[in-house]
Design a protein around this ligand. Structure first.
Ligand SMILES: *[C@@H]1O[C@H](CO)[C@@H](O)[C@H](O)[C@H]1NC(C)=O
Ligand SMILES: *[C@@H]1O[C@H](CO)[C@@H](O)[C@H](O)[C@H]1NC(C)=O
Length: 534
């Protein structure tokens, strides 16, 4: 035996001991791949889990636009290959942005329907290719099986985590903003959503609906149910194929132990939910840090007028020249200083009060005492930072959950909504002035902020608690309602109603029969007496 092998054995032993003691304290958590704002939201949870002694392993597709498996990180990365390139993904996103930002407002319902169906179809193809990269790759599946994971954490928007959790036989925790019309929450999670007072997600309705709105909301749920069964047929077939038995995606989704919903009652309209649904909106929010010196100097130069922060989110880097000029000249006419996150060409009409930045420390700026308003595309992450710091908003929503998000903020009196395709310079200027000068917007934003902060533990702590809870208890199936086991007619008690209806009908039948019998006898007797009298 050489000294080298001795050493190797020794260090292997030490490693083994370390691993054994470590796994006694921490869990081994597998995280499904996510992108963009979903990843921004997931990251603080993962970092806290690492701080608390858990091992976190994140699946990263080769086409990821946001994650780099080769980057040094506090997480372990498990790369997998997908059959399309980063460019293909980027092209798809750009086309989607063009459609949602500039074209949709000028299209007929029919054209929108056709385009949207195409987009959903392409997205479904991507989803299947991602799934292929994991489930159909022997290398990856072998690694996952040998990884001895205790739990899978996933945003179900990125399909397939339920299938992999099922194959690995480990608990599943979802982190979800919402599904369209709450399809998954309702059908796969069994969360109740009466259409009379729970507006379907993305319907742009509030909880105060008049008759016609309730008609629309009812139809919206029904139409989305039909659309879902069409779209997900493909996933069902895929799952069935992999598992070798008829399996629906909804059935596997329904096995999720905990659903972490990324909103809270500062944002949501009150609604019924289930014990395994936890509302953890604002996970990524934190107190503001001091600004870099040059930024602080600019902010301070605004004096009593204060500053306005303008961003259209991480996905929208520029707008058309014409729109940029319209926006810039609107911003030039307000007394505040403006920090605009924008990567396009510098607009000719840019005012002296406006500065353009590639990137801004958004949370730190929103938490700055000089901040008067936030002009936003209405992404959930940005809205939550504004709620956290109590900043009123001007919303220019574009796509996805953004229009619906802004409707919530408007209904709560903390925002005004504008449409980028139809506003003028004057509209923009007047709206910003209104949101800043009409004190009700600031008051409502502060009220939402105090609701946001007034809870037993922070959103991040709560999310981490429920993940650790699931680890400690090896699942959370005791929170799962029996509704999952019922058929649709049992769920709505239609069988019971049918039973009662049968009894009532039977009683009515007996009553009528008895009456007619009595009547008949009476008549017959009367007839007889009559005859006798004659
Ligand atoms: C991904 O593809 C590369 C290049 O073909 C290969 O070297 C690597 O092993 C693959 N990774 C996995 C996880 O299959
Ligand atoms: C945004 O910039 C990119 C290149 O930097 C350009 O290709 C694209 O056309 C621009 N978008 C708009 C709407 O002007």
């Amino acid at each position: 035996w050489t000294g080298d092998t001795m050493e190797l054995r020794l260090s292997a032993c030490i490693l083994l001991v370390l691993c054994a003691t470590w796994s006694a304290n921490g869990g081994n958590i597998l995280v499904w791949y996510t992108e963009g704002s979903h990843w921004i939201n997931m990251k603080p949870v993962l970092e806290t889990l690492v701080d608390r002694g858990h091992q976190v392993t994140v699946l990263v597709p080769s086409s990821s636009l946001y994650m780099n498996a080769n980057e040094p990180s506090r997480f372990r990365y498990e790369p997998f290959n997908v059959s399309f390139s980063k460019d293909a993904m980027q092209d798809f996103l750009e086309e989607f942005l063009r459609f949602s930002m500039y074209e949709i407002d000028y299209m007929s319902y029919w054209e929108i329907y056709i385009r949207f169906s195409e987009i959903i179809k392409t997205q479904m193809q991507f989803s299947i290719q991602y799934l292929d990269g994991v489930v159909k790759s022997e290398v990856v599946m072998k690694k996952l099986k040998e990884g001895n994971y205790d739990l899978l954490l996933a945003d179900p928007i990125y399909r397939g985590s339920d299938l992999v959790a099922d194959i690995l036989g480990i608990p599943l925790v979802f982190s979800l903003r919402f599904s369209v019309a709450y399809n998954w929450e309702r059908h796969c999670g069994q969360m109740p959503a009466p259409p009379s007072f729970v507006p379907g997600a993305m319907s742009k309705l509030t909880d105060k609906m008049d008759f016609s709105e309730r008609v629309w909301n009812f139809l919206y749920y029904a139409l989305q149910d039909i659309a879902m069964s069409h779209i997900f047929g493909k996933v069902d077939r895929y799952y069935s194929d992999v598992k070798g038995t008829p399996t629906s995606a909804c059935e596997l989704m329904s096995k999720a132990d905990i659903w972490l919903i990324r909103t809270y009652w500062d944002f949501e309209f009150p609604r019924p939910f289930l014990p395994n649904f936890k509302y953890v909106g604002g996970i990524h929010c934190r107190p503001a840090k001091p600004l870099p010196e040059d930024l602080e100097e600019f902010v301070q130069s605004s004096g009593d007028d204060g500053i306005v922060i303008f961003t259209l989110g991480s996905m929208i880097k520029n707008v058309t020249k014409e729109k940029a000029n319209m926006i810039a000249s609107g911003l030039a006419q307000i007394p505040q200083k403006v920090l605009w996150r924008y990567r396009g060409e510098k607009p000719a009409t840019l005012g002296a009060n406006t500065r353009i930045y590639d990137w801004i420390p958004q949370n730190d700026l929103l938490g700055h005492p000089k901040t008067r308003a936030f002009i936003t595309h209405g992404g959930t992450n940005g809205i939550y930072e504004a709620i956290y710091h109590g900043v009123p908003m001007v919303g220019i929503p574009m796509f996805g959950d953004q229009p619906d998000n802004m409707v919530h903020m408007k209904a709560k009196g903390a925002a005004v909504i504008l449409n980028l395709n139809f506003i003028t310079t004057e509209d923009l200027r007047d709206t910003i002035n209104t949101v800043i000068n009409d004190k009700s917007y600031k008051e409502n934003a502060m009220r939402l902020s105090s609701i946001h902060h007034d809870r037993p533990m922070s959103a991040l702590e709560e999310a981490v608690f429920w993940i650790e809870f699931t680890l400690r208890n090896k699942g959370a199936k005791h929170l799962r309602v029996q509704a999952h086991e019922l058929t649709w007619y049992q769920y709505h008690s239609l069988d019971v109603l049918g039973f009662f209806l049968t009894i009532v009908l039977l009683l009515i039948f007996i009553f009528i029969k008895t009456c007619s019998f009595c009547l008949h006898r009476c008549c017959v007797r009367k007839g007889k007496t009559k005859k006798k009298a004659e």
